[in-house]
Design a protein around this ligand. Sequence first.
Ligand SMILES: Cc1cc2nc3c(=O)[nH]c(=O)nc-3n(C[C@H](O)[C@H](O)[C@H](O)COP(=O)(O)O)c2cc1C
Length: 180
Amino acid sequence: MAKKVLILSSSPRRGGNSDTLCDEFLRGAADAGNDTEKIFLRDKNIGYCTGCGTCSLYGKPCPQQDDAAEIVGKMVAADVIVMATPVYFYTMSAQMKTLIDRCCGRYTELKNKEFRFIVTAAEDDRRKMLRTVDTFQGFLDCLDGPTVGGVVYGTGVWHAGEIAGKPAMREAYEAGKGIR
Ligand SMILES: Cc1cc2nc3c(=O)[nH]c(=O)nc-3n(C[C@H](O)[C@H](O)[C@H](O)COP(=O)(O)O)c2cc1C
């Protein structure tokens, strides 16, 4: 049965290395018959969580009138959530972290989701990416029943376009194709 696959592309560089891997992942997932959508976060207006407590203390929707509610709603509806980030000082992008924080009001509804991660970095050593992947794990630790389907590592890429021809391109396509 087709799954709903939501890809969150968080690099500020459209068409950059992680965004390109998102497109490959999407192509594979679509070829396997899934229902796919990519959201390029930089196109969206997503304010910082202010910790006001409206959601956590009073159970009311976030008072911020921006694009976060729609995106978080799509995360709740998805079967598979792909979170893609460039490595910035050995953690995820600010755009991705800002969205995660805005899940505050609905994170308990993110149940039994399958997560996939895509990370790109100038550094060639995958072991150095583990800290970045672990920051995502902190988010998953707060959720009910998440599973991690795998990580695509686009390492050794600095400038936009350098991902072309790297093994990560095929890995991203195959990872998407494997979703059924
Ligand atoms: C502000 C900034 C911080 C970065 N920090 C790291 C880092 O800590 N380790 C690393 O290997 N690469 C680092 N990089 C390089 C990016 O991870 C690399 O250019 C990556 O390919 C960007 O992915 P993108 O094209 O999807 O934006 C950094 C780049 C920028 C602009």
